[in-house]
Design a protein around this ligand. Structure first.
Ligand code: G4P
Ligand code: NA
Ligand code: NA
Length: 189
C-alpha cells in the first residue's frame, strides 16, 4: 500500500534496528483518513473470507480494526489487556509476552462476544514475533471459532511472526512489509 509506505517514510522514526515509532499516525495520534484507507484495503483483500467479526487487541490495533469492520459490515471485538490474570468463567484469557516492551500481559475476551463457529479476522498494527497474534489465535480456537485470516498494517519480515503464522496454514496479509531498518534506513520488501 503505497500511501502507507510514503507516510512511514515521512513520519516514521527508527529507534533501533528492530523498532520504528509511528506515534503520529498509529500508536499515539491517529490519522483518520489513512486509517479509513487501510480499512478499505483490508476489506478488499478479505471480502471473500466470509468474516463474521474482526478482532484485535487494545489499544493500537483498534482504529484499523474498526475501519476494516466498518467496510466489511461486521462487529469489532477488541481483547482487553489485564495486569493480573483474574480467572473468570465468562471470559477466555491467554498470557502474551511482548518482545518490544519486555513484559507479559494477559488478554481477555468475554465468551459473550466470541462464539463457536464464528469466522474471525484478526487485525493488528504491527507484527514482530507474532506473540500478540498467536495469543488471539489461541483464544479464538479455545472458543471453537475459526481464524478467517490475519491482516497486519506493518509486517517486519526480519522478525519471524508473519512467517510462523503463515507456516501454520493461516492466510496473513500485510499492507506494508519492512525487510530491514539497519542504520536507520527503512527498506521495504
Ligand atoms: P509481537 O506481538 O508480534 O510478538 O510483537 P511484540 O510483542 O513486540 O508487540 C508488542 C507491542 O509492540 C504491540 O503493541 C505491537 O504492536 C508493538 N510493536 C511491535 N513492533 C513494533 C515497532 O517496530 N514499532 C512500534 N511502534 N510498535 C511495535 P501493544 O503492546 O499491543 O501496544 P499498543 O500499542 O497496541 O497499545
Ligand atoms: Na502497538
Ligand atoms: Na498492537
Amino acid at each position: 500500500m503505497d500511501l502507507l509506505k510514503n507516510k512511514i517514510l515521512e513520519v516514521g522514526v527508527v529507534i533501533s534496528k528492530d523498532v520504528i515509532k509511528l506515534d503520529s499516525i498509529l500508536n499515539h495520534q491517529v490519522d483518520p483518513q489513512l486509517t479509513l484507507e487501510m480499512g478499505k484495503v483490508f476489506a478488499t483483500r478479505f471480502r471473500e473470507a466470509a468474516v463474521d467479526k474482526v478482532m484485535t487487541i487494545e489499544s493500537s490495533g483498534i482504529p484499523i480494526a474498526f475501519a476494516t469492520a466498518l467496510e466489511l459490515g461486521v462487529p469489532l471485538v477488541f481483547a482487553r489487556r489485564k495486569k493480573t490474570l483474574t480467572t473468570d468463567d465468562d471470559a477466555w484469557s491467554e498470557r502474551v509476552p511482548s518482545f518490544t516492551k519486555g513484559i507479559v500481559t494477559d488478554i481477555m475476551v468475554s465468551k459473550a462476544y466470541l462464539r463457536e463457529g464464528e469466522r474471525v479476522l484478526i487485525i493488528d498494527d504491527f507484527i514482530a514475533n507474532g506473540d500478540a497474534a498467536r495469543g488471539l489465535i489461541r483464544v479464538i480456537r479455545r472458543a471453537g471459532a475459526e481464524i478467517a485470516a490475519v491482516g497486519i498494517a506493518v509486517e517486519k519480515t526480519f522478525q519471524s511472526g508473519g512467517r510462523s503464522i503463515r507456516e501454520e496454514g493461516i492466510h496473513v496479509e500485510s499492507l506494508v512489509k519492512i525487510a530491514s531498518m539497519e542504520n536507520g534506513n527503512i527498506i521495504f520488501e
